[in-house]
Design a protein around this ligand. Sequence first.
Ligand code: ADP
Ligand code: MG
Length: 736
Amino acid sequence: MISENEKILSQSVQFLKSVGPKRAEAFKKIGLGTIRDLLFYFPFKHLDRTNILTASKAYGHMVNGFEGELTVIGKVVDKDKIRAGRKEWMKVQMRDSSGFFECIWFQGINYFYSVFNEGDYFAVSGKPSLTKFGNLQFAHPDFDRISEDESNSFLNTGKIIPFYRLPKDLKSGNIGDFSLRKIISYAVEGYADKLEETLPPELIKEHNLSGLVESVKNFHFPESKEKLNAAVFRFKFEELFYLELLVALRKHNYKSKLQGNSFTIKTSLVPDFLRILPFELTRSQLSVLSEIRKDMESNSPMNRLLQGDVGSGKTIVALIAMLIASDNGFQAVLMAPTEILADQHAKNISELLKKLSLVHKSRQIKLSLLLGGQKKSQKEKSLEENEMSEADIIVGTHALFEERVKFKNLGLVIVDEQHRFGVAQRARLQSKGKTPDVIVMSATPIPRTLSMTAYGDLDVSVIDELPKNRRPVKTILRGESKLPDIYKFIIDKSKVGYQSFIVYPLVEESEKLELKAAETYFNELKDGYLKDLNIGLLHGRMTWQEKEEKMLLFLAKKFDVLIATTVIEVGIDIPDANIILINDAHRFGLSQLHQLRGRVGRGGRQAFCILVTRDEPAASNSKNNLDLEYLSPSKLERYKSAIRLQTMVKHSDGFKIAETDLKLRGPGNIFGTEQSGFPELKHASIVEDANIITEAKKAAFKLIDADPHLKEESSRVVRKNLIEHYSDNLRYAKIA
Ligand code: ADP
Ligand code: MG
């Protein structure tokens, strides 16, 4: 049943004053067909009155030594292009009722000349200076054109002016900044009152939110700064609330619809395994294990995210969980993202199982490895299938997804490096068993805001300490000119048994060039600085078997130095690899750098990570906050890479690093439907709104706990909204 109000709101924008067929067509082109659409076409910024001064006040501030941003509103009285020798610039004279000021440009002169026309009004913002003639001057300021009316009402009544994006399609439909503002104001004045509230009244009360109608009005034409903030908060909260509802529904569906297995410790298998481990588990590993045990014991299926920094010992924990499944007569699968990693896991596990079989004689645990099958013969395949149906533990790659792969009784699925597999893929593997338990392990720590949202349907376990024998890796930042000293350091240390990685970033996409680059680095060092050492080379054009062979030779100490042109993501432990030199470190992402550093320092000795970057002091004298808004793109890039490198030097904690990484990268499309099944965020920021996320999450989970099928009258609004606006996402909630 569509209500009268909704009918009115879904009328074409053409019903609005001053919108004829041509303008309506233009609106439609950018997806604004109805009045309702227009009401939700929000401004991207407002002219903020708090920093606005008259020209004479601004002048006074400057005379008193003020050094900051401010805004002045004025009318263009004159403009000039000036040429002196080869230099050219353009100057605009402006005035308000109190005095004059000027704006100046050295670049894009023709463009700015065409924008500023006599008689037009502009709000000009920036950091002004005083010229030698004592004029108040803005160089390359930000500016917004406003109408004379707006300028008056703004100055006299303090109204806050909204600014809307004006895509080409609108411009060519004869809609400009002022007319768009006018049209939207007609929509808001005439129709905003017809909007029906989309949040339950109890929620609005409890969280002190502003109502939908009031929020829409104040987002467009705020009565005050406070009301604007309240409106923004409401839309952020609402968006996150619905996101968390989807999360809560996913979790609820998974837990309640599916009947899982109950695994307990039945024999001495697991205790025996703990006895043969060459080390004690850390307190943190033990507490995570007890969480996992509880989940496995319970009838509802486990869906758990296991987080821990590189080297924190996640694999052992996973293996123990797999043995619990074996103990109950079920198969367990460990899925790795690459063949070499899968192979590595299989080797390590098989070592441990061999030891176990010496102590625990009543039962052999069988291990099977499954890698990509394109080149295999039919016979090999069926052998493999036989083997798999008998195995207790199966390690493999995404080949495990293949149609032909069938398990006898799959009870536990463990996914290593979860971020590479999407939700749908995970679901596919799960479907191969009868609601198996699932653990996903993440190689890089996940910031709190993400584990509350993108991963919010999973229970989270964190290994938050490293094994005792670890010392933090000493991280050093050096310019390229220091390379000879660094090589000398590597040579000296090799005399006491240290091995080193030397990493180059992947610059060339083309295979041939990449190979050539790799060989060039290799030959230069082999015949140059490092001619007295044994050097190996690992590059991206090798097959995984070749790569593995190189790693094993390195492990066997056949090389002192291993040159790698690809990220050595290999999980293999090289206990004596205690130096990693990363060239052009500014080209790597933060989590990549952290992963790379995690390759060293696994023995007991002091390890070093040497980050080498362009010779420039930029890295050391950058300020240390993350307010990135006001930098130009190229400066921004440098600034970001400086922060990345400094973060590496200062911090060894992977969570701290992950948070900084998220801030620098921005949320990107973490919520792209492809991967996560979550809606894109329009208002809230996954980086900045941690508190709102926490609040919205609590509210959403509380609602689903109390009324999981949203049947109550009080959930009516929520149910209606989910169906109207989130139906695609709901489908995802079911499969995940
Ligand atoms: P990650 O969490 O990065 O997957 P791994 O599971 O690969 O870490 O463990 C890294 C190394 O630490 C392995 O060699 C593993 O055998 C070892 N290890 C795991 N737990 C402990 C422990 N409690 N004490 C000492 N060494 C451990
Ligand atoms: Mg690992």
